[in-house]
Design a protein around this ligand. Structure first.
Ligand code: FE
Length: 148
């Protein structure tokens, strides 16, 4: 991974063989990035994507292999229990330009991946919501705004 910081943004290049979630987690740890937005494009040949079943509250994942373009990678960086927490979604397309998408579990880069990270100066955590079955944003209670 190679990257360069410009004020509150990071421009990142992943190399062939690098895995997106691991690489991004390392970058966040190294640079103490607690909150931000991630966008990216590139190429992968091995991706695992999931879909959350709202009834069973479980993720069902699928592995895809072969040459694929990452037509979109987007998500956010937060933290949970002081650890980096990434929530990313991905859309890839195959040689027939057919697109597949879902929650990103892992993606191995086959050529390159170009990511831009916008850092937000702040902190948003996560809390497990029993009813929904997911780790939702947890805001600092004294600064929360809400609309019903
Ligand atoms: Fe998701």
């Amino acid at each position: 991974m190679k990257y360069k910081k410009f004020v509150d943004k990071y421009v990142v290049r992943l190399e062939r063989g690098e895995e997106v979630i691991n690489s991004l987690t390392n970058l966040c740890k190294e640079n103490e990035i607690k909150l931000g937005r991630v966008t990216g494009i590139g190429a992968t040949n091995k991706v695992t994507i999931g879909l959350f079943n709202t009834e069973s509250k479980e993720y069902h994942s699928k592995d895809l292999t072969g040459d694929m373009e990452i037509t979109n990678l987007s998500g956010n960086i937060t933290s949970m229990d002081e650890e980096v927490y990434l929530h990313l979604h991905i859309t890839v397309c195959d040689k027939n330009n057919k697109a597949y998408g879902g929650h990103l579990n892992s993606a191995v880069i086959s050529a390159t991946c170009e990511m831009i990270i916008d850092v937000i100066d702040g902190n948003v955590g996560r809390r497990h919501d029993e009813e929904i079955g997911l780790n939702l944003f947890k805001f600092n209670e004294d600064s929360i705004e809400s609309i019903h």
